[in-house]
Design a protein around this ligand. Structure first.
Ligand SMILES: [Cu+2]
Length: 471
């Protein structure tokens, strides 16, 4: 932006704030800041229908919300407050995080391609911060890297970022100041730039959902993430919520649905949708060329990446939607339990319980028991795998939700329709006919390129639950 444009761009009151931002914010300037909106609820808020500026179809942020703006001489003005927050990650489990405007992640920012945007950032953290607008084309001095592009925003100060949202797509924002701490504490948010008018590569959709993948290391019974953890996180969340605290994605049968997902964890997540195939219609660089699109049911999302997945929700039901790394669909506790499948504790447990009355054996038949048990848990901890479905425990945690496709969901209605009522004869059922005979096992030594080498059978000794003899 050349100096002349810059003068045009910074008009009136906002220009005054910019001048003051690097020093202290005077009372007169504060009076002119856009009113910061603080969100108290961790639940999914309805889409924010734009009442000023170019029209667009708003997104729905899963367990989140969109930040309202103020239009000031053709500039969209937003106000973010970086501050400590208490985030309910699931009912019964609260985390002490850092975030923006009352929640972690911060609010989603929605603008339209070509919009002039001014974002005021007030720092109420105990240390300096900054915001990097991940993926955007912008003037170098607005890129938010502390020390490189700007000084850090000191506690109590407000800085102003200004740029034109030049290309449509899916973006994120996060600090670029003491990043290890501030990201581990939950400072991040989503950004969507909608196309102005019809775009050849961006189809209009009926429902547009977005959320961030994030992760924390919070010991059972505690509230604050450990910030030194590099890879071994124990809370795998979508928008700082874990199953069963993640809201379902509720859509109408035959809706065109878009899922925008950004990854600000320290590992990749293969995101898997049941019952439908989607196409990757957008990546970090914006909409994908049509020639590159193909149907998928799982999309891996690497660290720092954004992906936009489009599909038609044309199968009714309650469809699982989750990260396919099985440890990422579990909550804390799962990591340090040894594998005890096949280990018979009979006798041992009885002897130990004489010494420790509360002693309980875990994992002897697999871990599913954990989901059913009324196990005593430390305060502020939710079970490793839980969540009641219509047929019992879903045995999930972490990065898991449900896509609910319903014939009678009204257009624009995002409320939970309840569990799917399966038509008669369309649910897997128990076989009640003749019992299983011992199956005939293949005894052939094999032929061809790789015949069996040894005639000595090597067998793993397996002891099944409820059997005292070996077999
Ligand atoms: Cu994952």
């Amino acid at each position: 932006m050349n100096p002349r444009n810059r003068r045009d761009f910074l008009t009136g009151a906002a220009a005054a704030s910019v001048t003051l931002a690097a020093a202290s914010v005077a009372k007169s300037a504060l009076a002119r800041l856009p009113e910061p909106v603080i969100q108290d609820s961790p639940l999914t808020q309805p889409p924010l229908i734009p009442d000023t500026g170019r029209p667009y179809n708003p997104v729905v942020t899963l367990n989140g919300w969109t930040l309202p703006w103020r239009m000031n001489n053709g500039v969209k003005e937003f106000h973010l407050i970086a501050e400590p927050v208490v985030r309910e990650m699931a009912p019964g489990f609260k985390a002490h995080l850092w975030g923006y405007n009352g929640q972690s992640p911060g609010p989603t920012i929605e603008v339209v391609e070509g919009d002039k945007v001014r974002i005021f950032v007030t720092n109420r953290l105990p240390e300096h911060t900054s915001i990097h607008w991940h993926g955007q084309r912008l003037p170098n001095g607005m890129d938010g890297v502390t020390g490189l592009n700007q000084p850090g925003i000191q506690p109590g100060k407000t800085f102003v970022y200004e740029f034109v949202a030049r290309r449509p797509g899916t973006f994120m924002y996060h600090p670029h100041a003491d990043e290890m701490t501030q990201m581990a504490m939950g400072m991040m948010g989503f950004w969507v730039t909608h196309p102005k008018g019809r775009h050849p590569l961006i189809d209009p959709v009926d429902r547009d959902f977005c959320f961030l993948l994030n992760a924390y290391d919070i010991d059972p019974g505690s509230y604050t993430p450990k910030i030194m953890t590099m890879l071994d996180f124990n809370i795998w969340s979508w928008n700082s919520r874990v199953f069963p605290g993640i809201d379902s994605l509720n859509v109408r049968l035959n809706d065109r649905v878009r899922l925008r997902i950004g990854n600000l964890t320290m590992t990749n997540h293969p995101i898997h949708l049941h019952g439908h195939e989607f196409m990757v219609t957008g990546t970090d660089g914006g909409p994908t060329p049509k020639s590159t699109r193909r149907y998928e049911v799982t999309q891996d999302i690497a660290v720092g990446q954004m992906r936009q997945l489009d599909f038609i929700a044309n199968e009714e039901g309650d469809w699982a939607f989750h990260c396919h790394k099985s440890h990422h669909t579990m909550n804390a506790m799962g990591h340090k339990v040894p594998t005890l499948i096949g280990v018979d504790h009979t006798g041992l447990a009885k002897r130990i319980s004489r010494l420790i009355p509360d002693y309980m054996v875990m994992g002897e038949r697999g871990m599913a028991d954990m989901a059913e048990m009324e196990m005593p848990l430390p305060e502020n901890t939710i079970p490793m795998m839980t969540g009641q479905g219509p047929f019992g425990s879903v045995e999930m945690g972490g990065m898991f939700s449900v896509l609910k496709v319903r014939r009678h969901q009204k257009p624009g209605d995002f409320t939970d329709p309840g569990w799917y009522q399966h038509p008669k004869g369309t649910v897997a059922y128990e076989w009640t006919g003749a019992p299983l005979d011992e199956p005939v096992r293949q005894k052939s030594a094999g032929t061809g390129a790789m015949p069996r080498q040894s005639s000595t059978a090597v067998e793993v000794q397996v002891k099944k639950p409820g059997q005292s003899h070996q077999h």
